[in-house]
Structure formats: C-alpha cells, structure tokens
Design a protein around this ligand. Structure first.
Ligand code: PBG
Length: 325
C-alpha cells in the first residue's frame, strides 16, 4: 500500500486538525523601553516600529496593546542616569519602578516583568561590578542586583528577570525577595544567555553597550551546548520559576534540550537582532510576512512555551491569517 502523508494536507481544515504546535497570544511577552520625560514616543533608530516611551505614553498605549492580545510586558529602562556601581537602578522613584506602578494602577490588566541587570545603570555599561584587578566583584554585584530586584518587587512587578548571567544571582535575589515578604514574586531567569552579536540593536535602544571589552567573561560561548544545561540546572536549583534561552532562532537546539530536561516552563527571547533582520527582510519584500509566524512557531516547536518578541503587536494578525490559509 502506498504511503500518502499528503492526504492530511489536502484542505485547510484538515491541516488545522493535524497541526502539532500552535502559537497563542497568551504565550507572548512584549519588551518595552521606558525613557524619562512626558509625551515621548520616539521610534528607536536600530529597531523599526519599536519606541522609546515615556511612562504617560506607555499608559496611553496599554489599551492598544491589550487589543492586540498582549497580556505581558517586559520592562527596560533607557536612561542616561548612570552610577559607577549601578545602585541607581534600585531607586524607588526610578524609571522602571515608576513604570511598573503606572501599569499596575491602570485599568488594563498586564503581567509586568522587569528585567534585572546593571548594564543599563552603570557608567561602563557592564552587567557586573569589577574589582580593581578587573575580576568580577561577585558579592557586591549580587548585593546590588538583589536590591534592584527588590525595588521592582516593591513597585509591584509580578516577576523579575535577571539577565546579568552572574553565578548565584537567582539564589541571592530569591533570598532577599523572600525575607522582605515578596515570596509571591516569580523569577524568570535568563539561564542560557549567549554572548551574541544579535543583541546589537538592543544596546542602542537601552543605551547599554559596554564602554570597554565585551561580555564574553560572563555570557555563554555560542559554541557550547552541554554547558547550557548546567546553567539551567543551577538556576532551577537556586529557585528559578521559569528558565530562558536567549537568543532564540540560532539556539533552537538549546531550547529543545531545556524543554526535554526540565520541568519548569521554558521561555525563549527572540532578540533585537533577530527582529531587525526579519523585519528588514519583510519590509524589503525579500521574504513575505509569514516568515515572522514561521520564526515564532519554530520556537514553539523546539519546546519553548513562552516567547519574548518585539513582533508582539503583529502576532495576533499573523495567527489569524495562518488559520485561514
Ligand atoms: C541586559 C539585556 C540585554 C538584552 C536583554 N537584557 C543586552 C545584553 O546582554 O547585552 C538583549 C535583548 C535584545 O537584544 O533584544 N543585560
């Protein structure tokens, strides 16, 4: 008897019926870049259709985001208010803290996740504090990171997302949150975060490019696969509620390993360089818009159940279109 897999591809309803993976807006997190001031909504040069938003403009935009199906946001600050040790990141009236409060007091319901790192707050743009001898000052770094995370929790964040890749930071943050009465605040850990060139556009958006050296001494080597599992295991041991792989598309094998290996939800970050690349190929009509859907369903297929994506505002329309094909 002839084998005919094409029988199940004949009609659109049959294709829908046998679809193995689905993309849904519930899985999507939208990254947002806050800036100081009022009335600011400026397109970010390196990231088309992404904006630097002042808090009032973000609040105005929340109903639109909700109408596009977005239920979760990841908050970053683009600030020139820097300090030597990054401690400015824990100011109760900082941009992220005020932003969290504003979103949480708006009638629009959003899950608010705050990225925790020092690079946005440090003069040298690094994610850690260095000692005189240029080695990482781990205790001091963990102390400041925990204070930043605590201040986000105090402002009302549902989750904090440490993106610094410092050893021991999940445990340090968990401990401070628990002691201070924030045991309900979840930690989404950037567990397998690679030293990637795909972060280029973000660093312009977040004003966080390192002023010397690079991040290879703390972010992972793109050549390494098994080491990602070690990082993921450690973060779960330390109390991570969700683990993340970042970037996404060039690291689908890592997402797949993480999903097979762990019992916690796996998130993947489709980063700024992936966004910029696909966006410009679509805009120049080198590929059609469905490439965006394809890039996202590939991430789901590989095992991530949560996706952070700058395409968030476009995804519902793409899902609807795909269902009609
Ligand atoms: C901060 C941070 C970065 C990203 C998220 N959090 C940049 C970096 O590590 O250099 C990258 C996000 C993106 O490229 O979209 N540590």
């Amino acid at each position: 008897m002839a084998k005919r897999p094409t029988r199940l591809r004949r009609t659109s309803p049959i294709r829908q019926l046998v679809k193995e993976n689905r993309l849904h807006m519930d899985q999507i997190i939208y990254p947002i870049f806050l800036v100081a001031g009022m009335g600011v909504r400026e397109e970010i040069g390196s990231m088309k259709d992404q904006y630097h938003l002042s808090i009032d403009m973000l609040v105005k935009e929340l109903p639109l985001l909700q109408s596009k199906g977005i239920a979760s946001v990841l908050i970053f600050a683009s600030t020139d208010h820097k300090s030597i040790d990054g401690r400015s990141g824990s100011a109760p009236d900082g941009l992220v803290q005020e932003g969290i409060r504003a979103i949480k007091s708006s009638p629009v319901k959003m899950t608010v996740i705050a990225d925790v790192c020092l690079c946005q707050y440090k003069e040298d743009g690094h994610c850690c504090i260095y000692k005189e001898n240029h080695e990482i000052d781990r205790p001091k770094t963990l102390e400041v990171l925990s204070q930043v995370a605590l201040s986000y929790a105090e402002a009302g964040a549902d989750m904090v997302a440490p993106s610094d890749m410092m050893d021991g930071r999940v445990a340090a943050i968990r401990k401070v949150l628990d002691v201070q009465g924030y045991e309900h605040v979840a930690i989404m850990a950037y567990s397998a975060k690679y030293a990637s060139s795909f972060y280029g556009p973000f660093r312009e958006a977040a004003h966080s490019a390192p002023s010397f050296g690079d991040r290879k001494s703390y972010q992972m080597d793109p050549a390494n696969r098994r080491e990602a599992l070690r990082e993921i295991d450690l973060d779960i041991e330390e109390g991570a509620d969700i683990v993340m792989v970042k970037p996404a598309m060039p690291y689908l094998d890592i997402i797949s390993d993480a999903a097979t290996r762990t019992k916690v939800p796996v998130a993947a970050y489709q980063v700024s360089g992936e966004y910029a690349m696909i966006r410009s190929a679509v805009d120049q009509r080198q590929v059609d818009e469905r490439a965006i859907y394809e890039s996202l369903i590939a991430i789901v297929r590989s095992g991530a159940s949560i996706i952070i994506s700058y395409f968030a505002k476009d995804i519902q329309a793409l899902i609807d279109k795909e269902a009609s094909l």
